[in-house]
Design a binder for this molecule. Structure first.
Ligand code: ZN
Length: 345
């Protein structure tokens, strides 16, 4: 994924505006438009705490974070998983093995990339609910392609969120979901093959979004929650500006209810990630991403992205907030999306 704008620490807005601490791998820095967007956000919406939400029904759900860490280790142990590698095939087989009792679909395709044609596959596991509508949880499963000749294993960038989705599958398995269906989307080809651009990135999510537009699934999506790089032991999930505001607010409400709000939204930034193709087709999306992985994001896309930089506690926070957001969506998605639409008119 790519960070578009310079990070803005809310408490140090002025300082950062002057020094322009851009993302290490950012495409551009637009500090002024960032602060304008922040201003608009604060003017047009109440603070998340001030908004009243309908109470979720049904029991709270919790992720088994020890197991999420164990899955992370197993995925990392596969080795590099860049598209076209043996590791990519192995992680696919690994996921199928873990999701044996689920309804699983594959979305296979051949991507046209700067390195030629590469076969890719998204894997989707479906947990049916009683309400008409779908909540999608996404993570990319590939590792960085340009680093394929290094020991890069993407512990945080790819492995831990794939593992987190598997741990969430464990929690959902065998339960009668009283709310919307929950689909887990394991997305291939997130990383650029050569250099990040519209056409060289997000291969899997672009393909799946187009497919879901064609078969009408996109209209049924009540919320798309993308998890990326949120196993970082020093967890600070940013408020991502390409995300849908009401859904971000709902994520914050979930975090607040669990006492985890200090790990969320101290920073604001726009990121290009797997949520974009779905957002462009009108689905409500939230990219849950921590883009300060090591001081000034130094571990990101380096061989330093290893398991020792992660923590079970961060996986617990990320997983539980996602599960609580599902319950809040079940109770609030229709009202919130309707009022967001009405506000636009
Ligand atoms: Zn990456």
């Amino acid at each position: 994924m790519v960070c578009l704008m310079s990070r803005m620490l809310l408490l140090f807005t002025l300082f950062l505006a002057l020094t322009n601490l851009g993302c290490t791998r950012g495409k551009s820095t637009e500090a002024s438009s960032n602060s304008v967007a922040q201003q608009q956000n604060s003017e047009t919406s109440p603070t998340p705490q001030a908004r009243r939400y309908a109470e979720p029904t049904g029991p709270a759900m919790h992720v088994n974070a020890d197991r999420a860490m164990q899955y992370t280790k197993e995925i990392v142990a596969i080795g590099p998983r860049w598209d076209g590698s043996k590791g990519q095939q192995k992680v696919g087989a690994y996921l199928h093995g873990k999701l044996k009792s689920e309804q699983v679909e594959e979305d296979t395709f051949v991507a046209d990339t700067p390195a030629g044609k590469i076969p890719m596959r998204n894997i989707i596991a479906k947990f049916p609910g009683t309400k008409d509508g779908i909540i999608v949880l996404g993570s990319h499963i590939d590792t960085n392609y340009p680093l394929r000749n290094t020991s890069f294993v993407g512990a945080n960038d790819g492995a831990c969120t794939t593992a987190l989705l598997l741990a969430i599958a464990d929690e959902l398995r065998g339960k009668k979901l009283e709310g919307y269906s929950v689909w887990l989307a394991f997305l291939d080809g997130e990383e650029a093959i050569q250099e990040w651009s519209e056409t060289d990135s997000l291969y899997g999510s672009r393909h799946l979004a187009a497919k879901w537009q064609q078969d009408g699934t996109i209209l049924k999506i009540k919320g798309f929650l993308l998890a990326d790089m949120i196993g970082d032991a020093d967890l600070d999930i940013l408020r991502e500006q390409n995300s849908t505001q009401w859904l971000d607010d709902l994520v914050f409400e979930a975090a607040r209810r669990l006492g985890y709000q200090s790990y969320f939204f101290a920073e604001t930034s726009a990121i290009e990630d797997d949520h974009l193709p779905f957002a462009r087709l009108g689905a409500p999306v939230a990219d849950l991403i921590d883009y300060t992985y090591g001081y000034n994001n130094v571990y990101h896309h380096t061989t330093e992205d290893t398991i020792d930089k992660l923590s079970t506690k961060s996986l617990k926070i990320s997983g539980d907030v996602i599960l609580e957001t599902i319950r809040l969506l079940d109770a609030n998605a229709d009202t919130l999306s309707a009022s967001a639409k009405a506000n636009r008119k």
